[in-house]
Write a protein that binds this ligand. Structure first.
Ligand SMILES: [Zn+2]
Length: 242
C-alpha cells in the first residue's frame, strides 16, 4: 500500500506537570501515553524500533511508529517503559550521561523545576529488557556553541559512560534542543554514532538522512485525534500530501 507513514515520536517527561514548570507541555500523563499507544494500535499502526522505522530503503506496507524519549527522566522508567513492555513495544531512550541518578541540572540552570533522572541500574535494566539506549551528551549543551574540543568531549564521553553501564555499543544520538549544524553533524559521525535524531517536525521519507531524523514532538494534550492531526502536519512538513 502506498501512502503509508513512518514516524518517530518524541517524548520527554512522563507524569503530571509540576507547578511552575517552564515546560509544562512536555509532561505526558501515563494514562494519556497508554491511550496513545492503544489509539495507534487500534488504527493498525505497527510499533517498531528506531532503525526499523527509519530505514527508508524499505517501503512499508503499514503505517509505522517508533517511540523515543529525550533526557532520561525517571518517570519514563517508572510509567512509560512498563506500558510499552505490556504491549510488546520498545523505545529508544536518549540519556544525558552526566546527570544519571541525579536531576536535570541543565533545566535547573534555566530556572525550571527539578526532576529525578534514571539511575545507572535502571538504565541497565531497560537495556537488558530490549530498550535501546542512546546518548544525549554529557551536560545537555547547545552543541553549536561549543569549541571543537568541548564538542568532541560531549560526544565521546557520553558514549563511553553509557557503554560502560549497558555493556554494549551506544550508536544512537540525539541533539540537545535539536541544535546542530554541519560541524556538529560531522563530529557525531566521527565519534562513531550511526544515527542522530533531531527535533524538526517531519515523517520518514525516502532519502531521509540518518543523522537528521525528523520527529513528532508529543505534548501533554495529544489525545488520539490531536496526535493524528500532528502526524498529518508532519507529513505535510515532509512534502507528503495528506
Ligand atoms: Zn533534551
Amino acid at each position: 500500500m502506498s501512502g503509508s507513514t513512518s514516524v518517530v515520536l518524541l517524548y520527554h517527561r512522563m507524569g503530571l506537570p509540576k507547578l511552575g514548570s517552564l515546560v509544562a507541555g512536555q509532561y505526558v500523563s501515563p494514562r494519556l501515553f497508554r491511550s496513545q499507544l492503544d489509539y495507534l494500535n487500534a488504527r493498525d499502526w505497527a510499533g517498531g524500533t528506531l532503525s526499523e522505522t527509519t530505514d527508508s530503503s524499505i517501503i512499508p506496507d503499514q503505517d509505522r511508529f517508533a517511540v523515543t524519549f529525550d533526557d532520561g527522566y525517571r518517570g519514563v522508567y517508572e510509567h512509560a517503559c512498563p506500558a510499552l513492555t505490556d504491549r510488546n513495544l520498545t523505545a529508544t531512550i536518549y540519556v544525558v550521561a552526566g546527570s544519571i541518578g541525579g536531576i536535570n541540572d541543565w533545566d535547573r540552570r534555566a530556572g525550571d523545576q527539578s526532576e529525578p533522572m534514571m539511575t545507572a541500574g535502571q538504565i541497565r535494566e531497560l537495556a537488558d529488557h530490549g530498550f535501546r539506549i542512546g546518548s544525549h551528551t554529557m551536560t545537555h549543551p547547545h552543541l553549536t556553541e561549543l569549541t571543537d574540543e568541548q564538542l568532541r568531549a560531549e560526544l565521546a564521553n557520553s558514549k563511553h559512560v553509557l557503554e560502560d553501564i549497558i555493556g554494549t555499543e551506544v550508536a544512537a544520538f540525539s541533539y540537545p534542543y535539536g541544535d546542530y549544524d554541519n560541524r556538529v553533524l560531522e563530529e557525531v559521525v566521527a565519534a562513531g554514532y550511526s544515527s542522530a535524531v533531531a527535533t524538526k517536525l517531519g515523517v520518514i521519507t525516502l532519502g531521509v538522512r540518518a543523522f537528521e531524523i525528523p520527529r513528532v514532538n508529543v505534548r501533554w494534550n495529544a489525545i488520539g485525534p490531536l496526535l493524528m492531526r500532528k502526524i498529518n502536519r508532519a507529513r505535510k512538513a515532509s512534502g507528503l500530501a495528506k
